[in-house]
Design a protein around this ligand. Structure first.
Ligand SMILES: O=P(O)(O)OC[C@@H](O)[C@@H](O)c1c[nH]c2ccccc12
Length: 257
């Protein structure tokens, strides 16, 4: 599934490149307003930081929410105290787009994450041109050379990589990069199995100074407390916020942990 999602995202980017060639997107990326410092926004603090996600559907859960106005939802997330906004831009299974990201960019001053299956430089330049401040890199989807190349490009463009892992070996690969923002996804992106305890199992392997993000499977404040107790600096929440009614109230409850 992860290979299929990555191949699909790369293919869709290739289609876009036919209309907007690399040099055009590169020029737009270099002309974009400077990226926001995401590490400062997500730095460890007294209270857990929340990365609030805009996600319409997923392969594991199907349709979640139509989200006709992602900018309005992002504004509610900002009001609710989110520290960053994650925007799914993968279209085939998650119903997202770069248009969503650009709309969110115009609506909030928080750091914005491009959540997608990134495997090419073109996709990184697209993210910057659209106003992203962070870009997701999924360790399991990339070989070491590609991971290194894309990591360096994201940093070179002034953005922050969120390096996502799902095993000890992948966390060690993230540490090798010198990543300052590392996530552990409770969800296995190939089998969809969920393991909220994986973060706690791996927390000791985070490099000193890296910001520790627990991703997925937060359905209640108790889940946030579980990740916080295990050492998470931040949590990444999607489904519970897009399906759970009042996002401002939900965020307040998550942050009160
Ligand atoms: O909806 P949840 O269980 O709160 O999960 C959010 C987020 O962690 C999840 O959407 C996610 C984490 N890593 C990803 C990589 C690709 C697509 C999606 C994801």
């Amino acid at each position: 599934m992860l290979a299929d999602l990555t191949a699909g995202s790369v293919a869709d980017a290739e289609t876009r490149r036919q209309l907007r060639p690399f040099d055009v997107v590169e020029r737009e990326a270099l002309a974009a307003p400077a990226a926001v410092d995401a590490l400062a926004a997500l730095a460890p603090a007294e209270r857990v930081k929340v990365i609030a996600e805009i996600k319409r559907s997923s392969p594991s859960r199907g349709a979640l929410a139509s989200i006709p106005d992602p900018a309005a939802l992002a504004s509610l997330y900002e009001t609710g105290g989110a520290s960053a906004i994650s925007v799914l831009t993968e279209q085939r299974k998650f119903g997202g787009s770069l248009d969503d990201l650009m709309a969110v960019r115009r609506a909030v001053s928080l750091p914005v994450l491009r959540k997608d299956f990134i495997a090419t430089a073109y996709q990184v330049f697209e993210a910057r041109a659209a106003g992203a401040d962070l870009v997701l890199l999924i360790v399991a989807a990339l070989d070491d050379a590609t991971l290194r190349t894309l990591y360096d490009l994201i940093v070179e463009l002034g953005m922050t990589p969120l390096v996502e892992t799902h095993s000890a070996e992948e966390l060690d690969r993230a540490a090798q990069l010198g990543a300052g923002l590392i996530g552990v996804n409770a969800r296995n992106l190939s089998t969809f199995e969920l393991d909220r305890d994986l973060f706690g199992t791996l927390v000791a392997r985070f490099p000193a100074g890296a910001i520790k993000v627990a991703e997925s499977a937060v359905l209640s404040p108790a889940d946030v407390a579980h990740y916080r107790a295990a050492g998470a600096d931040a949590v990444l929440v999607g489904e519970a916020l897009v399906t759970g009614g009042d996002p401002v109230a939900n965020l307040a409850a998550f942050r009160a942990v």
